[in-house]
Design a protein around this ligand. Sequence first.
Ligand SMILES: [Zn+2]
Length: 457
Amino acid sequence: MTLLVKGGTIVTASDRYKGDVFVDGERITTIGSSLSMPADRVIDAAGKYVLPGGIDVHTHLDMPFGGTTSADDFESGTIAAAHGGTTTVVDFAIQYKGQTLHHAWETWMKKAEGKAAIDYGFHMIVTELSDQVEQEMDALVREGVTSFKLFMAYPGVFMLDDASIFRALLRTADNGGTICMHAENGGVIDVLVKRALAQGKTAPKYHALTRPARAEAEATHRAIALAEMAGVPIYIVHLSAAEALEMVTEARDRGLPAYAETCPQYLFLSYDNYEEPGFDGAKYVMSPPLREKATQDRLWRGLAFNDLQAISTDHCPFCMNEQKTLGRDDFSKIPNGAPGIETRMSLVYDGGVRTGRISLNRFVELTSTSPAKIFGLFPRKGTIAPGSDADLVVFDAERTERLSVSTLHMKVDYNPYEGRTVTGVAETVISRGRVVVDKGKFTGRAGSGAFLKRSTR
Ligand SMILES: [Zn+2]
């Protein structure tokens, strides 16, 4: 099967030019102007951008949390991702206490197999560290699971102590893996949560009020310091607070390999959303929580000046009906997370590129190229080049859409951006040479996504 994407403006992290992209099988083989090779299918991209497929390195599909499971599985979640112009996800497998990492990996591979419509990889969440687990980390790196997520929050469930975190960091110095950190001071937060509940403060907004920005900044600082002492890079996930960004900026100014991602929810939503009437604040219960509106400008500046290197979603949807309501009388029982896998590219293009906060090239870099490089997928993914996978998005920068739960494809009963209009929409999406979204219609197949064996640093 050959494919010719003709007449579009090709955009990568560094270039922007008019050209044609020829795809043979799963890969890009030729790029040129006015290519005349015969192809099984020609896609007219005139007047549109041709972007490398989006890469979302932070999703939680089919994930058990707080007595329920995130609403999208690998089928509905990856189909929604494709609609939004994302062709690769890196999800999280979880080692529960008493389990081996291998068991966790097998469990999550089974969740994805036969279901994923786009390519996927896994980070491994380590919740218990022993000599045997450290050896398993090496084995997983060899299998292409080259990053590990650790938690400084959720004591008793996910949280690791500093000694374990330090040991895991040291291990990656030898095996070439990367540590991703959920940076919030879980001990402090637990005390604040218990105190709030004892005072009868049970509404959703107290989720945010018991997770101070300083608790994120402290943990971010500590994570970077531990990585500095271990002599390895570190990647901070879902950075939300300006105070935490200051810690990353300070470290980077000292030349340390500290990296961080933020997410659209921290760029477009704010603490004010928790003040919505009734129980609606629960829609936005996620960790870290939404911050004061003034933070948004700080995060955009961090993205523009490379103190933040990626925009992922932390897609972890729970329905308001029957899931979020588990915490109707106790905010600490509201499942943490919100949907976003489908809306990332449009939101960031509309709110970032169209407003002049970031360039078009930087948009591609933040949503595709840079995550591909950090997580061992580049240059197979993350750019448009001969030899790279044919993961392409024909992006209509002029089309406007109204975001609504009634038209989006994520399997959840609300959308945090309900009613917001965005200009800039993925029109046709190609995953390894297969057209998976054709002018807005899903034409792919569940199960055609492949597991991605990622390389080391
Ligand atoms: Zn997450």
